[in-house]
Design a binder for this molecule. Sequence first.
Ligand code: BYC
Length: 311
Amino acid sequence: MTSAVDTDLQAGFDATIAAGDRIEPRDWMPEGYRRTLVRQIAQHAHSEIIGMQPEGNWITRAPSLRRKAILLAKVQDEAGHGLYLYSACETLGVSREDLTRQLIAGAQKYSSIFNYPALSYADVGTIGWLVDGAAICNQVPLCRTSYGPYGRSMIRICKEESFHQRQGFELLATMMRGTDEQRAMVQESVDRFWKPALMMFGPPDSQSSNTEQSMAWGIKRHTNDELRERFIEMTAPQAAALGVTLPDNDLDWDEFWTVVKGGGPCSAQRIAHRKRAYDDGAWVREAAMAFAQSEVDGLAQRVSRDQEADR
Ligand code: BYC
């Protein structure tokens, strides 16, 4: 039975959403709203962290010191984005440790795009241009999402993503001014990444189980198909400026669902790598905890000494 207090809380929540205001961590929220946010923010955080792998793979083989410095900074930024998002998720009562364990166990998802390999240095440019480009298109409206900590983390992330997109475009533009072989590398890379990038926006609206409720709660501001269309329109003139041809937009949704369910070309490798990094980092977490505990113990001793002295 719903009590009068529950009804008041629900009415307060509904009024905040209807007014376009933010819900903050200490506000009451329906359990479904909290669960949906944890699901989406955790997936987003995991995507940033797993997304370090395809590009990180090229750091040791960057063609120049300048390109290496740019790539290192970008991959490091993605780690930072993951951490902002895990922190946003922690305000909903789930720890980063718990979320990481769920990712490794296959109980939570990450973006389908990172299950595809980066096969050439042109892919570093294409990922910046198309993958970060799609991410920006999806994430700019999320700056106005109804949950405060998520929206605020998105503002900072979007600023950095637009920098990433421009570096990808600049890399590809440089290659397009190079040799025929370099131009062919760019086109081949765009041919491989175009459809997976369009799939980042999620399934077509007719197959999207969460969109309607997420839009009613102000978590999502547009449907998957609306954002996908916006991205295609935004990218077409950029492709013309670069001198590359975009493939057609016929997407194979069976392939999408296979990838989402863990059957992508690099799915097993990505999770195995993340698990290895997590296991290898155990000693760092233990050392940090031991240090934090010794600080707390030291503080407690000082407080009790001061209290003794005051007596
Ligand atoms: N990949 O009802 P739907 C980055 C799942 S990283 C995998 O439409 P929703 C970057 C979906 O979770 C970019 N799974 O879902 C990093 C749901 O399954 P569950 C990451 C997908 O949540 C490094 C089911 O399919 N960005 O920027 O309403 C280098 C039905 O879908 C995908 C974000 O995460 C997918 N593509 O809408 C470079 C943005 N699509 O959970 C760049 C935040 C759908 O019910 N997330 N699924 O079992 C969102 O905006 C939304 O979650 C989505 C999906 C639009 C992705």
